[in-house]
Design a protein around this ligand. Structure first.
Ligand code: HEM
Ligand code: HEM
Length: 132
């Protein structure tokens, strides 16, 4: 499995641990205020990161070079900051609004980079198992 896939899966499972812990906290306390942070930590952090990791594992040619690592950094920093800022915003800290907005745009930039990687021709000649 390419390094970048491993990195995405390792990061994804950390988001899952945090996302589930937050879900359990909501269930136990009965206070569902932070539902948006829980939903996005799980869906952007766990599900989407694992999908990115899966794509790179199935397409090693697309995992080569610096662009996938740049995509990883932009996306993961975006989702991490967005998750934290959204959590505090939902607890009532309205000063977090610009940080939520900025980090959401950074997350989106990570997705745009991923779309570019998916659509651009692969740099190396390695064949994708999907292209059989
Ligand atoms: C043991 C694990 C989990 C617990 C205890 C848990 C708990 C909760 C709770 C208490 C809510 C609020 C429900 C409400 O107020 O209507 C919620 C919402 C939600 N959870 Fe989880 N959750 C868990 C795992 C997950 C996972 C793994 C995902 C995604 C992969 C996920 C996605 C969501 C989403 C998207 C919502 C929002 C649903 C909506 O908008 O109605 N949860 N969860
Ligand atoms: C940067 C990317 C994203 C932004 C800025 C964003 C923003 C939002 C906003 C503003 C809401 C409404 C929250 C509310 O009414 O309280 C929302 C809800 C939701 N989003 Fe996203 N979203 C993003 C990505 C995603 C992705 C990729 C998924 C699924 C894979 C997703 C799943 C959901 C779900 C299930 C809800 C309803 C849960 C809730 O009630 O909080 N979002 N999102």
């Amino acid at each position: 499995m390419p390094n970048i896939s491993n990195l995405f899966f390792r990061t994804a499972v950390l988001f899952l641990l945090v996302g589930i812990a937050l879900g359990l906290m909501m269930s136990i306390t009965g206070d569902h205020n932070v539902i948006g942070a829980h939903a996005h930590i799980n869906l952007l952090g766990w599900v989407t990161s694992a999908l990115f990791g899966g794509y790179y594992a199935l397409n090693p040619a697309k995992a080569a070079g610096r662009l996938p690592m740049a995509q990883y950094l932009v996306y993961v920093v975006g989702v991490t900051v967005m998750s934290l800022a959204l959590y505090f915003l939902l607890l009532g800290n309205t000063a977090m609004v610009p940080l939520v907005a900025g980090s959401s745009l950074l997350t989106f930039a990570g997705v745009i980079l991923f779309a570019w990687i998916v659509w651009a021709p692969a740099a190396s000649a390695t064949r994708s198992p999907l292209a059989a």
